[in-house]
Design a protein around this ligand. Structure first.
Ligand code: HEM
Length: 392
């Protein structure tokens, strides 16, 4: 969307899979570099651990990719009807170059840096919000049902939820808002530097001090939020608190001139994806399980109802194990794969949820008044999805 076209299957995607590149870039950006904390000697540690060369490699690959994207946009007649942000940046660059004669290459670097920001700022942020929303709903089946009912009642029988439906999905919006309160994708925002001396909470802060704003903690501050740890979309019912940067107790997109410029796109993509998952994915999974059970039933007529139930349980675990084994090691990628699946487990037929698994006591489940699914993830163990009882 940011670059105005899809690169899947194109020459840009051949040299290195785009997705792989994104994962690598996110890993090095989110990882620990000694250089950031030990200004003079840090690079030695990074050099020894190999992080330095890894960063260089990712930078080179990203740079090559962005150069291709820019070259692609420079081809004559490539974009006459629909201009995207790169066309706008290139046009600005052309105007400025004509005026001050600054070398084209350095301006290309500025464009590429802006593209990197958009590229990395726009991907994981939306994906993580959807994952946490699913996790929140999975643990509260009543809320899950409420969100699904709203979507299904409004959208009716269609292939998918579309953008124009979103304005009518008030509860879905509250779910997304609540998710961002508890799990802001950028929990410390972007670092800021003080321009002059100031006082914060009685502390004297010198000019040029790096400041991190902990919006994660602010979003859970009992001074501002009742039962702050509880996932409760209802708290946004009165519509008084919004995420546009004016309510300082709630800043998932930051605030001020460095606030997120992708806010509209971020809201839209998150709501659209979540709405479609809730509307469409779960019935599909239920359908698969139903087909599977129906296919097996004639061959297994001697199996008692209770054994059949265990079989379904077994299939579920088997599917979860296969899924887990195929996952990449990074945690966010694992979440990306398993949470929607976990959510679909919560929506499976009631028989699957009637029995507590061995070794799990009723009181262990009392994390909140409603618990849909308990997830146990060990480092090397297969992912274990344990559907438990719905509240009666
Ligand atoms: C759920 C979605 C998103 C969330 C929660 C989010 C959150 C944020 C936050 C908290 C910041 C730092 C703001 C500050 O420090 O005040 C930021 C910056 C930024 N975001 Fe987003 N973002 C989202 C989606 C997007 C999208 C879709 C794009 C682009 C397509 C994007 C592009 C950027 C860029 C380029 C910056 C850096 C701005 C600057 O340096 O001035 N974001 N975002």
């Amino acid at each position: 969307m940011s670059f105005g076209r899809s690169f899947r299957g194109s020459t840009l995607d051949h040299q290195k899979k785009l997705q792989q590149l994104v994962h690598e870039a996110q890993a090095v950006m989110g990882g620990f570099t000694a250089n950031e904390y030990l200004p003079y000697a840090g690079w030695i540690f990074d050099w020894i651990t190999g992080l330095h060369s890894q960063v260089e490699k990712v930078f080179k690959d990203m740079n090559t990719f962005f150069q291709h994207v820019v070259d692609d946009h420079l081809k004559p007649g490539s974009k006459e009807q629909h201009r995207d942000i790169i066309d706008v940046l290139l046009a600005t660059q052309r105007d400025e170059t004509n005026q001050d004669g600054v070398v084209q290459q350095s301006k290309n670097d500025v464009i590429k840096a802006a593209l990197l920001d958009i590229f990395l700022g726009g991907i994981d942020t939306s994906a993580l919000t959807v994952l946490w929303a699913m996790a929140g709903l999975v643990r509260k089946p009543r809320l899950m049902k409420k969100a699904q009912d709203e979507i299904r009642n409004y959208v009716g029988r269609k292939l998918r939820v579309t953008e124009d439906n979103l304005d009518h999905l008030a509860y879905l919006k509250r779910v997304v808002k609540e998710t961002r309160r508890l799990h802001p994708p950028a929990p410390l925002l972007l670092p800021r530097e003080t321009m002059s001396h100031c006082k914060i909470s009685g502390y004297d802060i010198d000019p040029k001090t790096i400041i991190y704003v902990n919006v994660w903690a602010i979003g859970r501050d009992p001074k501002h939020w009742k039962n702050p740890e509880e996932f409760s979309p209802e708290r946004f019912t009165n519509g008084l608190v919004d995420f546009k940067g004016q309510n300082f107790e709630y800043l998932p997109f930051g605030s001020g001139r460095r606030g997120c410029p992708g806010i509209c796109m971020g809201i839209l993509t998150t709501e659209l994806l979540l709405a479609n998952l809730l509307y469409y994915l779960l019935p599909l999974v239920q359908l698969h399980v139903a087909i599977l059970a129906a296919t097996l039933q004639p061959h297994l007529h001697f199996i008692t109802a209770s054994f059949h139930q265990h079989l379904q349980h077994g299939l579920l675990h088997f599917a979860a194990t296969v899924l887990w084994c195929s996952l990449p090691s990074s945690f966010s990628a694992s979440c990306a794969a398993f949470l929607p699946f976990a959510a679909s487990c919560a929506a499976l037929t009631p028989q699957l949820q009637q029995k507590l698994p061995d070794g799990v006591k009723e009181e262990d489940m009392d994390m909140e008044e409603e618990v849909g699914v308990s997830l146990t993830v060990g480092k090397k163990t297969p992912l274990l999805l344990v559907p438990v009882t719905y509240p009666q």
